[in-house]
Design a protein around this ligand. Structure first.
Ligand SMILES: *Cc1c(COP(=O)(O)O)cnc(C)c1O
Length: 295
């Protein structure tokens, strides 16, 4: 366990942290697997287990053309020698490095419009007909949450005052809340998703761990989801030079920026210990114009 801690945790320094006497550690989730993105690795664990129990060797799930979840699931299926069908919210002419990888791994891509994409019943039935396991978007559900919980329970991290994590479906943050990882405060950073049901997520977390204080924060200058302002790339490059930590444009860079702003605004209690959860997602940086990022 000591070894896991030393390779997956990194203490980072910044004048801002000194000013408020903060100890800041980063959990380097992007190092968990060479291809499968950080939290997707955790979330897939029990979904794959379920497929094995059901004796199913075909998985169907959905996502956008840069989706870390599609990418991770496609690779996991290839490794297991299973069939994989990706329901992609895009037209059939859409190109992306992520979709290229999927094709190279022999995934079957089904391109659909918004209405079809969000029709859960359709995909559940479709999966039943094909004797495949359907995984909801982002690996959501008990299986996903339990995978995150199991992972953090095995880490034996020291207690922290704050845990900070980027959110999408909220599966990861709920798994963390349900784990033995100790912290009085949980901060979820919302990466600009439209019509996000913040209240529901907060209530879900409160049910899992009533004693924890939860805050969901969104930096409106970083909207919308999947897009990013040019200055974010400069910050990502600076953080890389300073901490040797690569971040992704969709989730983790927004998390780091929101946290830095929270600290600068005096909203993080002096003398606290913080753990930032880097959830991975680096493959998505292939959407960034080449040469703009130094890593
Ligand atoms: C998918 C993803 C998230 C969101 O995780 P949820 O469990 O859906 O909340 C956060 N960060 C990265 C890098 C991701 O790929």
């Amino acid at each position: 366990m000591e070894k896991i801690q030393s390779t997956l945790l990194k203490r980072i320094e910044d004048p801002l942290f000194n000013e408020y006497n903060l100890e800041v550690d980063v959990f380097l989730g992007y190092r968990l697997h060479p291809v499968i993105s950080g939290n997707k690795y955790m979330k897939l664990h029990f979904w794959m287990e379920k497929a094995r129990q059901m004796n199913v060797n075909h998985i169907i799930t959905k996502g956008g053309p840069y989706s870390n979840h599609l990418h991770a699931t496609a690779f996991a299926c290839k490794e297991s020698g299973w069939q994989f069908t990706a329901v992609v919210k895009a037209n059939e002419h859409t190109k992306s490095p992520t979709l290229n990888d999927l094709k190279n791994w022999h995934a079957n891509c089904v391109y659909v419009n918004r209405a079809a994409y969000y029709n859960e019943e359709k995909w559940e039935n479709y999966s039943k007909e094909l004797n495949a396991l359907y995984i909801p978007m982002g690996g959501e559900g008990e299986e996903g949450m339990d995978g995150v919980k199991k992972f953090f329970n095995e880490q034996l991290f020291q207690p922290y005052d704050y845990l900070v994590c980027s959110i999408g479906t909220g599966t990861t943050i709920k798994g963390i809340a349900g784990s033995n990882l100790k912290a009085g405060n949980l901060i979820g950073v919302q990466p600009g998703i439209k019509n996000y049901d913040t209240e529901r997520l907060v209530n879900d977390i409160k049910k899992i761990k009533p004693e924890i204080s939860v805050k969901i924060i969104e930096d409106k200058t970083l909207r919308p989801f999947g897009q990013f302002p040019g200055f974010l790339l400069d910050e990502m490059n600076n953080w890389y030079l300073q901490w040797e930590i690569p971040t992704d444009v969709v989730y983790t860079a927004k998390m780091f920026r929101v946290l830095m702003l929270q600290i600068a605004a005096g909203r993080i209690k002096s003398g606290s210990r913080l753990l930032l959860i880097h959830t991975g997602g680096l493959q998505g940086n292939r959407s960034v114009e080449s040469g703009k990022l130094i890593f």
